[in-house]
Design a binder for this molecule. Structure first.
Ligand code: GMP
Length: 219
């Protein structure tokens, strides 16, 4: 399981049996431990494509094969409420930068999650009765450039949320033959005035999602 925020990695390490802090270089906390006898790691991937790309590549070198990002996203639809979940069925991206550097041209690589892994997450969240929406997100590179035009542009292209890492994670997983998916807590809603979730509600939704993700890993 990979999370953007080191504080979240620390919080969620409490869900593991015998958690061990195995990295704190640059504040990218990584814990290993067990959940229902399955070995899992909870790693910090930081903010944005280049950051998650480095963490993903290094976890892969260390033997990681399946990656679930537990993150947050801003909703681009007014009907998606704070604290609910978005399970991405794909991630849109600007085809320059990191994507261009990896492929060397402007052809695209589908930034979609592993179907079976995403389905298992959908089933598990559904079994718990949590409210989720499956759909595309846009992986932005510019958090503070998200104005009204941005919301119109990206929601009219079929995206229901915005975050910053899923496209890179899904794209690199396709290039490297790894499995990845994501569960995103809706932390803010750009389509209904930009309101943000409270710290307590965010923590509750994050912990519930983490338990579901760990359950999927342990099956
Ligand atoms: O605060 C930025 C971090 O949270 C990034 O890691 C994003 O994936 C995620 N995030 C949550 N809400 C938003 C949002 O409204 N816009 C963007 N760009 N990122 C968001």
């Amino acid at each position: 399981m990979i999370v953007g925020d080191p504080g979240r990695a620390e919080l969620l390490s409490n869900l593991l049996d015998s958690p061990k802090l195995v990295n704190k270089n640059r504040g990218f906390l990584v814990y290993t431990g067990e959940f229902k006898s399955s070995k899992v790691s909870i790693a910090t991937h930081g903010i944005g494509g280049p950051s998650i790309a480095i963490v993903f590549e290094e976890l892969l070198m260390l033997g990681g094969k399946t990656f679930v990002r537990l993150g947050t996203a801003g909703a681009l639809r007014p009907e998606i409420k704070l604290g609910e979940y978005i399970i991405p069925s794909g991630a849109s991206y600007n085809p320059g930068g990191l994507f261009f550097q990896y492929t060397g041209d402007l052809t695209s690589v589908s930034a979609v999650p592993d179907y079976d892994l995403a389905s298992a997450l959908v089933n598990e969240l559904g079994r718990e009765g949590y409210k989720y929406t499956v759909g595309n997100v846009f992986s932005s590179d510019a958090f503070y450039a998200e104005d009204e035009n941005f919301v119109k542009r990206w929601s009219s292209r079929g995206n229901i949320g915005v975050e910053m890492e899923c496209a890179t994670l899904f794209f690199l997983s396709k290039l490297r033959g790894a499995k990845s998916a994501a569960v995103l807590v809706v932390s803010d809603n750009l389509a209904s005035g930009g309101e943000w979730i409270s710290r307590e509600d965010l923590e509750k939704s994050v912990i519930n999602a983490a338990k579901s993700i760990l359950t999927v890993f342990s099956k």
